[in-house]
Design a protein around this ligand. Structure first.
Ligand code: ZN
Length: 276
Protein backbone atom coordinates (compact mmCIF):
# COMPACT_ATOMS: atom_id res chain seq x y z
CA UNK A 1 0.00 0.00 0.00
CA UNK A 2 1.29 3.49 -0.85
CA UNK A 3 -0.26 6.45 0.94
CA UNK A 4 0.33 10.14 0.23
CA UNK A 5 -0.23 12.56 3.14
CA UNK A 6 -0.33 16.30 2.45
CA UNK A 7 -0.12 18.44 5.61
CA UNK A 8 -1.14 21.99 6.39
CA UNK A 9 -1.35 23.69 9.78
CA UNK A 10 -4.37 26.03 9.80
CA UNK A 11 -6.72 23.11 10.44
CA UNK A 12 -4.77 21.57 13.31
CA UNK A 13 -6.21 21.58 16.76
CA UNK A 14 -4.60 24.42 18.73
CA UNK A 15 -3.53 26.70 15.87
CA UNK A 16 -5.63 29.87 16.09
CA UNK A 17 -3.79 32.39 13.91
CA UNK A 18 -0.72 32.84 11.74
CA UNK A 19 0.72 35.03 14.50
CA UNK A 20 0.26 32.21 17.00
CA UNK A 21 2.04 29.87 14.58
CA UNK A 22 4.95 32.31 14.12
CA UNK A 23 5.32 32.68 17.89
CA UNK A 24 4.96 28.94 18.51
CA UNK A 25 6.63 27.19 15.60
CA UNK A 26 8.10 24.44 17.77
CA UNK A 27 4.77 23.75 19.41
CA UNK A 28 3.08 23.72 15.99
CA UNK A 29 5.55 21.09 14.80
CA UNK A 30 4.79 18.95 17.82
CA UNK A 31 1.05 19.40 17.34
CA UNK A 32 1.31 18.45 13.66
CA UNK A 33 3.29 15.33 14.55
CA UNK A 34 0.67 14.41 17.19
CA UNK A 35 -1.97 14.57 14.41
CA UNK A 36 0.20 12.43 12.09
CA UNK A 37 1.23 9.69 14.50
CA UNK A 38 -2.24 8.09 14.84
CA UNK A 39 -2.61 8.07 11.04
CA UNK A 40 0.80 6.44 10.59
CA UNK A 41 0.25 3.89 13.36
CA UNK A 42 -3.14 2.75 12.08
CA UNK A 43 -1.80 2.39 8.51
CA UNK A 44 1.23 0.44 9.78
CA UNK A 45 -0.97 -1.80 11.96
CA UNK A 46 -2.95 -2.63 8.84
CA UNK A 47 0.09 -3.10 6.57
CA UNK A 48 3.54 -2.86 8.13
CA UNK A 49 5.15 -2.64 4.68
CA UNK A 50 3.00 0.34 3.65
CA UNK A 51 4.97 3.19 2.13
CA UNK A 52 3.90 6.59 3.43
CA UNK A 53 5.03 9.85 1.85
CA UNK A 54 4.39 12.95 3.96
CA UNK A 55 4.43 16.27 2.13
CA UNK A 56 4.94 19.29 4.39
CA UNK A 57 2.73 21.82 2.65
CA UNK A 58 2.30 24.87 4.85
CA UNK A 59 4.14 28.02 3.81
CA UNK A 60 7.70 27.04 2.81
CA UNK A 61 7.29 23.41 3.84
CA UNK A 62 9.60 23.74 6.84
CA UNK A 63 7.23 22.69 9.59
CA UNK A 64 8.41 19.14 10.24
CA UNK A 65 11.76 17.41 9.86
CA UNK A 66 12.96 13.81 9.88
CA UNK A 67 13.97 14.31 13.52
CA UNK A 68 10.32 14.62 14.52
CA UNK A 69 9.54 10.98 13.81
CA UNK A 70 10.32 8.00 15.97
CA UNK A 71 12.82 5.46 14.65
CA UNK A 72 10.30 2.69 15.12
CA UNK A 73 8.69 3.64 11.82
CA UNK A 74 10.14 2.49 8.53
CA UNK A 75 9.37 3.12 4.87
CA UNK A 76 8.16 6.65 5.56
CA UNK A 77 9.46 9.59 3.55
CA UNK A 78 9.20 13.33 4.05
CA UNK A 79 9.05 15.92 1.29
CA UNK A 80 9.78 19.42 2.59
CA UNK A 81 11.11 22.76 1.37
CA UNK A 82 10.01 25.27 -1.25
CA UNK A 83 9.72 26.06 -4.13
CA UNK A 84 8.81 22.68 -5.56
CA UNK A 85 6.64 21.47 -8.41
CA UNK A 86 2.98 20.82 -7.54
CA UNK A 87 3.52 22.23 -4.03
CA UNK A 88 0.88 20.64 -1.75
CA UNK A 89 0.75 17.60 -4.06
CA UNK A 90 4.49 17.47 -4.77
CA UNK A 91 5.71 14.14 -6.12
CA UNK A 92 2.21 12.76 -6.52
CA UNK A 93 1.53 10.25 -9.29
CA UNK A 94 -0.64 7.24 -10.10
CA UNK A 95 1.39 4.82 -7.95
CA UNK A 96 -0.50 5.77 -4.77
CA UNK A 97 -3.51 3.91 -3.39
CA UNK A 98 -4.89 6.75 -1.29
CA UNK A 99 -4.45 10.37 -0.24
CA UNK A 100 -4.84 11.88 3.22
CA UNK A 101 -5.04 15.59 4.09
CA UNK A 102 -4.09 16.60 7.64
CA UNK A 103 -4.47 20.10 9.10
CA UNK A 104 -6.50 21.32 6.14
CA UNK A 105 -8.70 24.42 6.37
CA UNK A 106 -11.86 25.88 4.88
CA UNK A 107 -11.92 27.69 1.55
CA UNK A 108 -11.76 31.47 1.58
CA UNK A 109 -15.07 32.82 2.83
CA UNK A 110 -15.92 29.39 4.25
CA UNK A 111 -15.97 30.55 7.86
CA UNK A 112 -12.90 28.69 9.13
CA UNK A 113 -10.12 30.40 11.06
CA UNK A 114 -7.44 31.87 8.75
CA UNK A 115 -9.68 31.04 5.79
CA UNK A 116 -7.87 31.35 2.47
CA UNK A 117 -7.37 29.49 -0.78
CA UNK A 118 -3.73 29.05 -1.78
CA UNK A 119 -2.78 32.69 -1.16
CA UNK A 120 -4.23 34.94 1.51
CA UNK A 121 -2.43 37.93 -0.02
CA UNK A 122 -3.53 37.43 -3.66
CA UNK A 123 -6.79 35.54 -3.93
CA UNK A 124 -10.28 36.65 -2.95
CA UNK A 125 -12.14 33.67 -4.42
CA UNK A 126 -11.75 30.76 -6.83
CA UNK A 127 -14.63 29.12 -8.69
CA UNK A 128 -14.44 25.96 -10.75
CA UNK A 129 -17.38 25.45 -13.11
CA UNK A 130 -19.13 28.25 -11.21
CA UNK A 131 -18.77 26.76 -7.71
CA UNK A 132 -16.40 28.00 -4.99
CA UNK A 133 -13.47 25.69 -4.30
CA UNK A 134 -10.74 25.57 -1.67
CA UNK A 135 -7.48 23.72 -1.35
CA UNK A 136 -9.25 20.47 -0.44
CA UNK A 137 -11.24 20.20 -3.69
CA UNK A 138 -8.39 21.62 -5.78
CA UNK A 139 -5.89 19.06 -4.45
CA UNK A 140 -8.40 16.18 -4.37
CA UNK A 141 -9.19 16.76 -8.05
CA UNK A 142 -5.46 16.62 -8.85
CA UNK A 143 -5.29 13.18 -7.20
CA UNK A 144 -8.53 12.27 -8.98
CA UNK A 145 -6.92 12.81 -12.39
CA UNK A 146 -4.52 9.99 -11.43
CA UNK A 147 -7.54 7.92 -10.36
CA UNK A 148 -6.58 8.05 -6.67
CA UNK A 149 -9.19 8.85 -3.99
CA UNK A 150 -8.85 11.03 -0.90
CA UNK A 151 -9.57 8.59 1.91
CA UNK A 152 -9.32 10.86 4.97
CA UNK A 153 -9.40 14.59 5.74
CA UNK A 154 -8.45 15.98 9.19
CA UNK A 155 -9.11 19.67 9.69
CA UNK A 156 -11.57 22.42 10.44
CA UNK A 157 -15.24 21.80 11.19
CA UNK A 158 -16.10 24.53 8.67
CA UNK A 159 -14.96 22.25 5.86
CA UNK A 160 -18.21 20.29 6.19
CA UNK A 161 -19.77 22.04 3.17
CA UNK A 162 -16.77 21.27 0.97
CA UNK A 163 -16.64 17.68 2.16
CA UNK A 164 -20.33 17.11 1.40
CA UNK A 165 -20.15 18.92 -1.92
CA UNK A 166 -16.91 17.43 -3.26
CA UNK A 167 -15.83 14.43 -1.16
CA UNK A 168 -19.02 12.91 0.30
CA UNK A 169 -17.53 9.40 0.74
CA UNK A 170 -14.25 10.52 2.29
CA UNK A 171 -13.86 10.13 6.06
CA UNK A 172 -13.79 13.57 7.68
CA UNK A 173 -12.37 14.18 11.16
CA UNK A 174 -12.96 17.76 12.38
CA UNK A 175 -10.58 18.75 15.18
CA UNK A 176 -10.93 22.52 15.31
CA UNK A 177 -13.76 25.04 15.05
CA UNK A 178 -13.59 28.79 14.44
CA UNK A 179 -14.58 31.21 17.16
CA UNK A 180 -13.42 34.04 14.89
CA UNK A 181 -11.01 34.41 11.97
CA UNK A 182 -8.11 34.32 14.41
CA UNK A 183 -9.66 32.41 17.31
CA UNK A 184 -10.43 28.70 17.56
CA UNK A 185 -12.08 26.12 19.78
CA UNK A 186 -9.71 23.16 19.87
CA UNK A 187 -10.09 19.52 20.85
CA UNK A 188 -7.40 18.39 23.31
CA UNK A 189 -4.76 16.16 21.79
CA UNK A 190 -5.74 12.86 23.44
CA UNK A 191 -9.23 13.26 21.94
CA UNK A 192 -7.70 14.27 18.59
CA UNK A 193 -5.56 11.13 18.69
CA UNK A 194 -8.58 8.93 19.36
CA UNK A 195 -10.76 10.51 16.65
CA UNK A 196 -7.98 10.29 14.06
CA UNK A 197 -7.36 6.61 14.88
CA UNK A 198 -11.06 5.81 14.45
CA UNK A 199 -11.18 7.91 11.26
CA UNK A 200 -8.13 6.24 9.74
CA UNK A 201 -9.49 2.75 10.48
CA UNK A 202 -12.79 3.70 8.84
CA UNK A 203 -10.94 5.22 5.85
CA UNK A 204 -8.91 2.04 5.27
CA UNK A 205 -12.07 -0.05 5.54
CA UNK A 206 -13.89 2.17 3.01
CA UNK A 207 -10.89 2.03 0.68
CA UNK A 208 -10.73 -1.75 0.83
CA UNK A 209 -14.42 -1.94 -0.04
CA UNK A 210 -13.88 0.58 -2.88
CA UNK A 211 -16.48 2.88 -1.33
CA UNK A 212 -14.54 6.08 -2.04
CA UNK A 213 -14.45 7.28 -5.63
CA UNK A 214 -11.66 9.52 -6.92
CA UNK A 215 -12.95 13.08 -7.31
CA UNK A 216 -12.67 14.94 -10.60
CA UNK A 217 -14.05 18.21 -11.96
CA UNK A 218 -16.29 17.75 -14.99
CA UNK A 219 -14.61 18.72 -18.23
CA UNK A 220 -14.25 21.29 -19.80
CA UNK A 221 -13.08 22.86 -16.54
CA UNK A 222 -13.69 26.59 -16.25
CA UNK A 223 -11.63 28.35 -13.57
CA UNK A 224 -12.42 31.89 -12.46
CA UNK A 225 -10.15 33.64 -10.00
CA UNK A 226 -11.11 36.87 -8.23
CA UNK A 227 -7.83 38.50 -7.25
CA UNK A 228 -7.48 40.85 -4.31
CA UNK A 229 -6.37 43.73 -6.54
CA UNK A 230 -6.61 44.70 -10.19
CA UNK A 231 -2.80 44.97 -10.39
CA UNK A 232 -2.58 41.22 -9.75
CA UNK A 233 -5.09 40.60 -12.55
CA UNK A 234 -2.95 42.85 -14.77
CA UNK A 235 0.12 40.66 -14.19
CA UNK A 236 -1.60 37.28 -14.31
CA UNK A 237 -3.49 38.09 -17.52
CA UNK A 238 -0.08 38.12 -19.23
CA UNK A 239 -0.33 34.31 -19.21
CA UNK A 240 -1.68 33.32 -22.64
CA UNK A 241 -4.23 30.99 -21.08
CA UNK A 242 -5.73 33.71 -18.85
CA UNK A 243 -8.52 35.93 -20.00
CA UNK A 244 -9.33 39.01 -17.96
CA UNK A 245 -13.11 39.07 -17.60
CA UNK A 246 -13.34 42.04 -15.22
CA UNK A 247 -10.75 44.31 -13.59
CA UNK A 248 -10.08 41.80 -10.78
CA UNK A 249 -11.20 38.51 -12.33
CA UNK A 250 -9.39 36.20 -14.73
CA UNK A 251 -10.64 33.00 -16.32
CA UNK A 252 -9.15 29.98 -18.06
CA UNK A 253 -10.54 26.75 -19.43
CA UNK A 254 -8.76 23.38 -19.50
CA UNK A 255 -9.74 19.79 -20.23
CA UNK A 256 -7.96 18.08 -17.36
CA UNK A 257 -7.02 19.10 -13.84
CA UNK A 258 -3.35 18.13 -13.92
CA UNK A 259 -2.99 20.95 -16.41
CA UNK A 260 -5.56 23.15 -14.63
CA UNK A 261 -3.86 22.70 -11.26
CA UNK A 262 -0.48 23.62 -12.74
CA UNK A 263 -1.89 26.75 -14.39
CA UNK A 264 -3.43 27.71 -11.07
CA UNK A 265 -0.14 27.36 -9.19
CA UNK A 266 1.65 29.26 -11.97
CA UNK A 267 -0.86 32.09 -11.60
CA UNK A 268 -0.47 32.12 -7.80
CA UNK A 269 3.33 32.34 -8.05
CA UNK A 270 3.05 35.09 -10.67
CA UNK A 271 0.47 37.00 -8.59
CA UNK A 272 3.17 38.07 -6.12
CA UNK A 273 4.61 40.35 -8.84
CA UNK A 274 1.32 42.22 -8.93
CA UNK A 275 1.29 42.99 -5.22
CA UNK A 276 2.44 46.60 -4.89
ZN1 ZN B 1 -1.23 26.62 5.33
Amino acid sequence: MRIFISTDIEGLSGVSSWEWWKNNEKATTEILVRHLVPVIEVIKEYDDKAEIVIVDSHSKGENISVLDFSEKYSNIFLINGFPRKDYMMSGFDNTYDGVIFVGYHSLIGGGGAMDHTYSSSSIYNIRVNGEPVGETAINAAFAGEFDVPVMLVVGQKEMEWEMKRYLPDTVFVPVQEAVGRFATKNALLHDVDRSIRIGTEEAIMRMQKALIKPFTFSSPIEVEIDWLSSSIADVVSQMPIMEKVSPRTTRYIVNNWVEGFRWLLSAVYMSYLGQR
